[in-house]
Design a binder for this molecule. Sequence first.
Ligand SMILES: *[C@@H]1O[C@H](CO)[C@@H](O)[C@H](O)[C@H]1NC(C)=O
Ligand SMILES: CC(=O)N[C@H]1CO[C@H](CO)[C@@H](O)[C@@H]1O
Length: 462
Amino acid sequence: MLSNRRAIRPLRFLVLLISLCFCFWVSGFPRTYDDDELPLSQRRPTPGVLEPEQIIVSVKTTTPNAWSELPPLLVLTDSAYHDSLLLMGDLRLNVGPFTVEDVLDRYTDSFVQDNPDMERYRATLEFADSSVSFAELTERDPRKEKEVLAKLDKYKMLRWVERTWLLRPERPWYVLTEPNVHLVRPNLLSWLGTYDPDGYHFFATPSAPEAAHTIVLSRGVMKAIMVDRPDLIPYYDNNIRGHKNAFEVLATVLLSTLNVTATMVWPEISHYSPATAPYGPGLWCDHVITMSNMPTDLMNELWRFEHERRNWPNEDALCFADLWFRFMQPENLDPRDDWDNLSSGTGYEQWNILFDRKHEHHSEKSSGRAKPGEASWEACRDSCSENDFCVQWSYSSVPMPNDNENGDTRCHLSRSMKFGQHVAPQLVDRFGEKATLAWKSGWEKERFQSWARQQRCKEQQN
Ligand SMILES: *[C@@H]1O[C@H](CO)[C@@H](O)[C@H](O)[C@H]1NC(C)=O
Ligand SMILES: CC(=O)N[C@H]1CO[C@H](CO)[C@@H](O)[C@@H]1O
C-alpha cells in the first residue's frame, strides 16, 4: 500500500502541476513581465540600457585640487560605478584606494623642459620631490590661475584620452569630465544605449565660457585614434601650442583625422546646476544627464534626491521638472535683496523679455513685449506680473547689459525661472564712473506653478 501510494502520488502531483501551470499560462497570456513592479535589486536589465562597466568615466583634476575635489566626488559616486571610474591628474597620487594618474608623464623630458606652457607641470614635479605644499603652486589671482590651468589642459587633452583607453581599452563608451560635474547615471546608461558604440560619436556640452566640458567618445572613435593610428597622439605634441583651448585640440584632431565634429547635446548635457537651469517650456520634460559647476552641497542634495527616488513606486527618468519640484518649489520666492536670479546674463538672453518701446504705457499683449519697469524695483515687478510670459524679474541698481536689443536696463524680465544666488553689492566701473551694483530679484511663483502643474511628462507627476 505504502509503496503503491508513493508510486501514484508523484504521478498525480505531476498531472496537477502540469494542469495548474497550463491554467496560469493561459490566464497570464499574453501578459508580459513588468519590471517596474519589482524592487530595483531584482529588476532585469532593460534592453538597450547599458551596464555600469560599459561606460568608462574619466575625471580630470589638478594636483593642488585633488584632495579637495576628489573625496566628495568619490563619496557621491555609488560603488557600482567605482570600477569604471578613472582619475586623471598631473602627478601620480593616491586618494584612499584610488589612484590619480599623471597624464603628462609620456611627454619627453626635453619637451617638458623646453615648453613654457609646461611650467606648472615642472613646478609640480619639483614640489613633489621636495615635499612643498601643493597649495603654494596656485596663483593668487584666480584669473591668472585659470590661464595657467587652461594652458596645461591643452597638453593634457589627448594624453587624457590616451591614458583612459590604455587603462580600460575596448569599452563601448568613454565619458571625459570634471569633478564638479554630477552624472545622473541611470539616464546616461539609457541614453548611450540608443547609439551604436562602434560608430563615430563625439558628444559634448554646448560651449559655455567658464564652464566645464563633458565629452563623450564612442569606442569607434577611440579605436580609430588609438589603434588604427598609433602615432597620432605623439605626432600631435608639437601642434598643441597654437590652439585656443583643450576642447579645440581634441575637436581638431577628430575633424582632421575622422571628419567627425562634436554633437552638442542640450539640455541633457548642460553646464546648468539645479540653481542655474532655466526652467520653463523647452526645458521641462527633458532628461537630466549631467549637471555642471556643482558646489559640493548641491551635489550632495542631488545625490540624496536620486536615492530617495529609487524608493518611489514608479521611479522614472530624472527630468528638469523633477529638479524644479525638488529644489525650487519649496523655496520662499518672495522678492530678495542682494540676489541675482539670472534674469539677465550671457547664455540666458533667449528667455529675456523685450520691452515695448513704442507704447510706453500699455504694451501690446500680442507682441509679448513688456512695459518698461526702469523706475523702481516695484515697477519692474509690476511689469513682470502684467506680462503673461514673465516668470521672474531682477532689478539692478545700475543699468546692466541684456545681450539683446533691450540694451542696458535696470529691469530684467525672463520667461524662464532660475534660482540664482546671493550676490553682495559691489563697486563697478560703468563708463568711467564708479557705481554700486546691487541686485534685487523676484519670481512669479504662482503663475509658474499653475503652468507646471498642467504639464505631464510622465504619469506620476505631481
Ligand atoms: C565630412 O563630413 C561632412 C558632413 O558629414 C561631409 O559633408 C563631407 O563630405 C565629409 N568630408 C569628407 C572629406 O569625407
Ligand atoms: C551668478 C551670475 O551668473 N550672475 C550674473 C548675473 O548677470 C550679471 C549681468 O548680466 C552677470 O554679470 C553675473 O555674472
